[in-house]
Design a protein around this ligand. Structure first.
Ligand code: K7E
Ligand code: CUA
Length: 662
């Protein structure tokens, strides 16, 4: 009897202990939630297992419908060849802007004649693209919200987007070179859009054997003159500077203290030509042997003078300053930079140039005043094999800051901090600038904090973080991998863009949100204050041609009719909710068709589409817009054309018949 009492007692104590432990464990698993939240919100947070950190992130990023984001981030669309506009802090996609590949939704359609892509490629095929670096136009080193430029690494192209209507206006193919990487970057008043080559090739789209690499292969930096009024790059007023066949990498334009200069990283100063299949070292090893590569320091104002003085040759009609002239004319200098650098970024006051070491745990900071002094004193270590003076490293360097593994790119805030992405550490490092207009509370040139990203961060973008007046507040990590952060979408996973709050000082940086982006690969982005954008709500007038940003010259676009002249049928259609006029268009097989369509709507958001099966036509007409499509009616049959935009209750009725008679 006594024995069994003891057993009951022991069992009771054990049971109590288990219950207590269970409560304790449960308690520690669901940490205390903020008080003051409405009870139903708290209940949701509990039910969904959200931590206080999750709740903070959600509240800090949620933008209710009808309220607007404070910033807009323009991110490169990588392989898609597009630009993606993302609201910040909501991290929601606002728009995809077609750049190098058409899209029938957004006014840059298939088969439409008056567009940038049609100007270059006609009706196609359209080559793939690999957009890397968007650049917002600047006035006095600040974003002015007028234009956006973006480079296509794959084909050595640069595009111009007008931010009045968020449409691409121009695609420029480099006349001399067929690939790039340091593109696009702008000078502080957008005098020039800068494009730097990456992989050395013979200039002028010609052949030379790899054995002649040192003699015949070259790099190139192109300065595209930008005409703001016309919103176009003017090739006749542009020029390039020939560079040695090192692989030039990223670039940044000087500003304020360094206005007039451009800084370009390089690697493969070894001039390795690969050929692992022939027993040569593979490129990845061959290009990484030297301890130092060369930061290219280019005086573009001086280059302008050389062009004025006629010190250029023409390659495919394009003005190129030969390497020799560039050296003799004081346009090009080098300074050593540690092992295979990647990013180069100029601080807000323009004094410091930060280079990420990639294979070095440091960033190296150069000082423009020291650079200018070294140039003046001819403080050279040597000249390179092409005669380019190499400034003495210690004479140009200001500091080296140890940050961690794989430093790539750097951005700046309004408090005197610099932020560098660490690819291998998969983190963002915050560190202090010295002697800059902005001053952090801590000692200069010191690492003060790190925030973990997920995973493999490439670029990072801070709000207005590469202007003379960074906005601070937010930073976005553009991560290459997302691994386990989202649902598995097959073997190809989305990229991960992570929003980080940087309002605090010291170690305080907070990861607020993840944004999966199922579009590859957004290398770089720029973040502009939304109130700097002056976007149109509708086109200014009916019959607007977005390609020229003026009313179309073709008369009577708003008078629907069909005219036959010779073997061409001219169709003038008006488009308004919910009909096309005319609705019957009859042509004979073999006739040419020129079809003008004008959206006569003045209502905001009253967009219509226009698509014809079988003829590769897919257009979008925004309010006021006129487009022209042109084709040969070479396939007889009946083709229902229709509006592809759900514009009204009678949207499905918004159609017509194209009848191609035998
Ligand atoms: Cu670092 Cu092309 Cu700017 Cu990608 S590049 S990350
Ligand atoms: Cu117009 Cu649907």
């Amino acid at each position: 009897m006594r024995g069994s009492t003891t057993r009951y007692l022991i069992a009771g104590v054990v049971l109590l202990l288990i219950v207590a432990i269970a409560f304790w464990v449960r308690g520690s698993r669901s940490p205390s939630l903020p008080s003051g939240l409405p009870a139903d919100a708290l209940a949701v947070a509990r039910e969904r297992g959200l931590t206080p950190e999750d709740i903070y992130g959600a509240l800090a990023t949620y933008v209710p419908g009808g309220k607007h984001d404070e910033f807009v981030m323009f991110a490169s669309g990588g392989h898609s060849g597009q630009v993606i506009a993302i609201g910040i802090p909501s991290m929601r996609i606002l728009k995809v802007i077609p750049v190098f590949v058409p899209d029938s939704w957004s006014g840059y359609g298939f088969g439409v004649e008056n567009t940038a892509i049609h100007e270059v490629y006609g009706r196609g095929p359209y080559p793939p693209a690999d957009t890397h670096h968007p650049a917002l136009s600047e006035t006095n080193g600040e974003y002015d919200g007028e234009f956006l430029f973006i480079g296509d690494k794959l084909n050595g192209r640069v595009a111009v987007i007008d931010l009045k209507d968020w449409e691409t206006k121009q695609i420029v193919r480099n006349p001399v070179f067929n690939n790039n990487h340091g593109a696009a970057f702008v000078t502080p008043n957008t005098e020039y859009v800068v494009e730097v080559s990456q992989y050395g090739v013979p200039l002028g789209h010609r052949y030379a054997p790899l054995e002649r690499y040192k003699e015949e292969y070259r790099g190139l930096i192109t300065f595209y003159k930008f005409d703001r009024k016309r919103g176009r790059i003017v090739l006749e007023e542009s020029f390039a500077v020939e560079l040695p066949p090192y692989w030039q990498d990223l670039a940044d334009c000087g500003k304020a203290a360094s206005d007039g200069w451009v800084f370009v990283n390089s690697f493969n100063t070894e001039m390795a030509t690969g050929g692992v299949e022939k027993g040569n070292p593979p490129f990845e090893a061959g290009v990484s042997q030297n301890d130092m590569d060369y930061l290219h320091i280019i005086n573009w104002k001086q280059a302008e003078q050389l062009v004025k003085a006629g010190k250029f040759v023409r390659i495919n009609g394009f003005r190129v300053i030969p390497l020799k002239e560039a050296v003799a004319g004081g346009v090009l200098f080098f300074t050593p930079e540690p092992k295979s650098p990647h990013g180069v970024d100029v601080c807000p006051c323009g004094k410091h140039i930060v280079v990420g070491g990639k294979l070095d745990p440091h960033v190296t900071v150069y000082n423009i005043e020291k650079i200018k002094q070294a140039i003046q004193n001819k403080d050279y270590e040597k000249t390179d094999p092409y005669g380019v003076p190499v400034l003495r490293f210690d004479a140009t360097k200001e500091a080296q800051v140890e940050l961690g593994l794989g430093p790539l790119h750097t951005q700046f805030d309004d408090k005197g901090y610099a932020y560098t992405s660490l690819f291998l550490d998969t983190a963002v490092a915050r560190w202090t600038l010295g002697g800059c207009k902005y001053k952090a509370p801590e000692e200069p040139w010191k690492l003060v904090g790190k925030v973990q990203t997920h995973y493999n961060i490439g670029h990072l973008a801070a709000a207005e973080g590469d202007t003379v007046k960074p906005a601070g507040k937010y930073l976005v990590a553009l991560n290459k991998w997302s691994v386990d952060r989202f649902l598995t979408t097959g073997p190809l996973l989305p990229q991960n863009l992570q929003l980080i709050e940087i309002s605090g000082t010291g170690e305080t940086m907070r990861l607020l949100a993840d944004m999966p982006l199922g579009m590859g690969e957004p290398h770089y982005a720029q973040i502009i204050r939304a109130d700097r954008l002056k976007s149109w709500e509708t086109y200014p007038d009916v019959g607007w041609d977005p390609h020229t940003q003026a009313k179309a010259t073709e008369p009577g676009l708003d008078k629907p009719r069909v005219e036959v002249k010779g073997d061409t049928v001219y169709v003038y259609s008006t488009v308004i909710r919910s009909h096309f006029t005319p609705e019957h268009v009859k042509v004979k097989k073999g006739q040419k068709v020129v079809w003008h369509l004008t959206n006569t709507e003045r209502t905001r958001d009253a967009t219509h589409g226009f698509a014809i099966p079988g003829y590769g036509i897919g257009a979008s007409l925004e309010p006021g817009e006129t487009v022209t499509v042109r084709f040969v009616a070479d396939k007889e049959g009946v083709y229902p054309f229709y509006c592809t935009e759900f514009c009204s209750a009678l949207h499905l009725e918004m159609m017509g018949y194209l009848l191609v008679e035998p």
